[in-house]
Design a binder for this molecule. Structure first.
Ligand code: TYD
Ligand code: MG
Length: 455
């Protein structure tokens, strides 16, 4: 046992205790899973420790039927796409983490949110551990919202952050970011697993005890995880990710966990010279700039949460100048592309083994749904055949290894969105019925698709 008052180290995967920090847990062999735990502190009366020790809590147990109904109160920011993704607005006494890669626009989003909440009469404290007040002021001057009344605090020590939030009676506390915040009770450097976990856990307690809504910025690594282990997601109420290709202006805010709303809902924003602007009609935005007369361009309808969104898939196949042909996928899983190319080669006799293939999804959107397979296949066929696809057609269907086209869920909703944007034809798996009012073109197999498009 380490001496009294010193920190202990515990594996977040298997719970094994270690006398000092190690990169790999000796118990379960997991890498980078050992985190520092705060030294045991003196019990204060009424503290959580005492309650655990047997003293009854202030409130006696009550029957569930005696619990008052009533929904959760929410603070609307008026930034519609943000409110929508959170389930209707910011929930008091909740902890939300906003994750995203550096440079995607997290600080901009939360500064806009802070300004809007403050304008609505909710006192807001924006804590920046990454940027100086001058840098934050520069950003504030760019965005359309008036940030003048937002309280700003450059601070990295968690204890100071919470003390200031309490003195200010802040309704909303923004902490930018969890990786720069640290607690003086822990020895580890800011950003390490132990610090990040402990700071998040304490901010959660702070939110519940004071009724403050805490919004936490979390940088994600290239692998897409917040601060290494996923353990943070269990600690907080809501996790939203801010995604997009920094080279494009569109940003997608996606809820992956929400104790106060549904998950998988997305909100679309556009990064402009004056901050982030909600995009109320994402389909039209994603299709703007499309040239339907260009070979290799196909349109499909994705389900983003409960909303259908149309996107354009582009493919370019050119004769390979090296021995091993290149496969480059943007916005699409590289392995999914490899699978579709193998199916096209084997089941529709398209000569991809001698072609370099590039696939791109416009607007920085990701195709994570098998329903988009048929559009990728159509774009590939169109590029190989060097013939444009019908301009008013959408493609929906999953491609199986045998080359068969399988039905997908939500066909009517997806097609209704396509009709709304002027599409009149839909290439669909065989025997698909729809009430959406489009001409349906059944394609049971990728060979049928290739034949049909070549005709
Ligand atoms: P930022 O919010 O700093 O990203 P993060 O906090 O996720 O690291 O913003 C990143 C980019 O947004 C930066 O490259 C500048 C750009 N930007 C605009 O294009 N318009 C604007 O009005 C603002 C404030 C930023
Ligand atoms: Mg930032």
């Amino acid at each position: 046992m380490p001496p009294k008052g010193r920190s202990t180290y515990r594996c977040t995967e298997c719970g094994a205790e270690h006398p000092k920090w190690v990169g790999r847990c000796e118990g379960c062999g997991a890498w980078n899973s050992v985190a520092e735990e705060p030294a045991a502190r003196k019990r204060r009366s009424g503290g959580a420790a005492e309650r655990r020790a047997g003293a009854p809590s202030a409130q006696p147990p009550i029957r569930l039927s005696a619990v008052e109904r009533g929904g959760v109160g929410r603070w609307k920011t008026g930034l519609d796409e943000f409110d929508f993704v959170l389930g209707g607005g910011v929930v008091p006494a909740s902890l939300t983490i906003v994750g995203g890669e550096p440079g995607i626009g997290k600080s901009t989003l939360l500064l806009q949110v802070a300004a809007r909440l403050e304008a609505g009469g909710i006192s807001t404290l924006y804590v920046s551990g990454e940027e100086s007040p001058e840098q934050v002021r520069l950003r504030a001057d760019r965005i359309a919202e008036d940030c003048g009344r937002v309280h700003l605090l450059p601070e990295v020590r968690l204890e100071a952050v919470m003390a200031h939030a309490q003195t200010l009676h802040a309704g909303v506390l923004v902490v930018d970011s969890i990786q720069t915040t640290y607690s003086e009770d822990l020895e580890g450097a800011p950003g390490n697993v132990g610090q990040v976990r402990e700071c998040a856990a304490r901010l959660m307690r702070f939110a519940k005890e004071t009724g403050t809504a805490v919004l936490l910025v979390g940088h994600v690594t290239r692998g897409g995880v917040i601060a290494g282990p996923k353990t943070l997601e269990h600690i907080v109420d809501t996790v939203v990710y801010f995604e997009g290709d920094p080279a494009h202006d569109y940003r997608v805010l996606r809820a992956v966990k929400n104790r106060f709303g549904s998950v998988d809902e997305v909100g679309v924003f556009e990064m402009t010279g004056g901050g982030l602007r909600p995009v109320p009609n994402p389909s039209a935005a994603f299709l703007s700039g499309r040239d339907p007369a260009a070979p290799g361009s196909a349109v499909t309808a994705l389900m983003e949460g409960t909303r259908p969104v149309l996107v354009e898939v582009q493919a370019l196949a050119v004769r390979s100048s090296f021995g091993t042909p290149q496969r480059v996928a943007n916005g699409l899983d590289q392995r999914r592309l490899a699978l579709l190319l193998a199916v096209a080669e084997r089941r529709a006799a398209l000569p991809f083994h001698e072609l370099d293939v590039f696939v791109n999804v416009t607007g920085g959107v990701r195709l994570d749904e098998p329903a988009a397979d048929l559009a990728v296949m159509a774009a590939l066929c169109s590029s190989v055949q060097d013939r444009p696809l019908p301009a008013d057609a959408v493609f929906l269907g999953e491609v199986g290894l045998g080359g068969e086209i399988r039905p997908t869920a939500g066909t009517d909703r997806r097609l209704a969105e396509a009709v709304r944007l002027g599409f009149r034809r839909a290439f669909l798996p065989a025997r698909t019925r729809t009430t959406a009012g489009v001409e349906t073109i059944p394609v049971p197999h990728v060979a049928d698709l290739a034949r049909r498009l070549a005709a």
